[in-house]
Design a protein around this ligand. Structure first.
Ligand code: SAM
Length: 283
């Protein structure tokens, strides 16, 4: 059964009385080569527990299950459960969990299914409407995963990989680059999905680092500064940090001791500079 075939998808829809829910971002992948590229990029082996976000009708799950030791697929739509039972029936290493990825206890899943596994890898073709919350949740909750190989809207991928000085550089770029090494995997055009969404996509592989990219004394303060700095990105750092709740004099002194011109904007600061600034507040 080729789950990337539009005829197969339509047959499944009819047989199970299933309709794609736009509100859940149900755009199903039609391109087998993208699935293989994602699985190759994630370097899946029998030693891995792979947690998949949003299996849909199981097209990526099937490929992962052929390569991984264990797969847990978290799908919010209960209407897809009978479909997944049918499409993934031949695999005995797949568990489908009917939960919201933003609420499910991933640590518990890892404890339960990852016991004899060396690595935990997260994968998925993410629903567009919650791409950023999913990524930030995974990172901020410090989910013990080695890598996160995910497809997302191209614009979000651009924001993640952006360098200082570019228009797309912001709090998301810093959060992901703080915790992960980021690699581009493949671009995916909108007509590779059924139904076709209004945007193109890209797959990124985020390899979680053992230690964050920059050392800071106080991570909470670091991210507070980043958030405040970008909350009004057109303002100077001095003004945006003040608007973000920091005392102007304290900001002025911290910028001076960090050697950062107070008229610069947050979007020009590298991760290292944010780290030096954050530590200057502390000292
Ligand atoms: N993996 C399939 C594919 O590539 O064809 C489906 C991908 S589709 C873009 C996104 C999937 O995520 C859908 O199956 C949708 O029901 C599921 N989903 C949406 N919101 C979710 C959530 N909060 N938690 C878990 N799954 C969710």
């Amino acid at each position: 059964m080729n789950l990337c075939d539009i005829g197969t998808i339509k047959y499944i829809q009819k047989a199970f009385g299933f309709k794609n829910a736009k509100s859940l971002g149900q755009n199903f992948l039609l391109d087998n080569s993208v699935i293989k590229e994602m699985a190759d990029a994630a370097e899946i082996s029998q030693e891995d527990l792979v947690i998949e976000i949003g299996p849909g009708i199981g097209v990526l799950t099937d490929e992962i299950a052929n390569r991984a030791g264990r797969v847990v697929a978290v799908e919010i739509d209960k209407n897809l459960l009978p479909v997944l039972k049918y499409t993934l029936g031949k695999h005995n290493n797949v568990e489908v969990v009917n939960e919201d990825i933003l609420k499910v206890d991933l640590e518990q899943i890892i404890r339960e299914y990852g016991k004899e596994k060396k690595n935990v890898k997260i994968m998925g073709n993410l629903p567009y409407y919650i791409t950023t919350p999913i990524i930030t949740e995974l990172l901020e909750r410090h989910v013990p995963a080695n890598s996160i190989t995910i497809m997302m809207q191209k614009e979000v991928a651009e924001r993640i990989i952006a360098d200082p000085g570019s228009k797309t550089y912001g709090a998301l770029s810093i959060a992901v680059q703080f915790y992960c090494h980021v690699e581009r995997v493949v671009d995916v055009l909108r007509d590779c999905f059924y139904p076709a969404p209004k945007v193109d996509s890209e797959v990124l592989k985020l390899t979680v680092k053992d230690k964050p990219s920059v050392e800071v004394k106080d991570q909470e303060l670091f991210f507070k500064l980043v958030k405040a700095g970008f909350s009004q990105r057109r303002k100077t750092l001095l003004n945006s940090l003040q608007s973000g709740g920091f005392n102007k004099e304290v900001v002025r002194r911290a910028l001076e001791s960090a050697g950062i011109d107070p008229t610069r904007r947050a979007e020009t600061l590298s991760l290292d500079e944010f780290a030096v600034l954050s530590d200057s507040f502390n000292s």
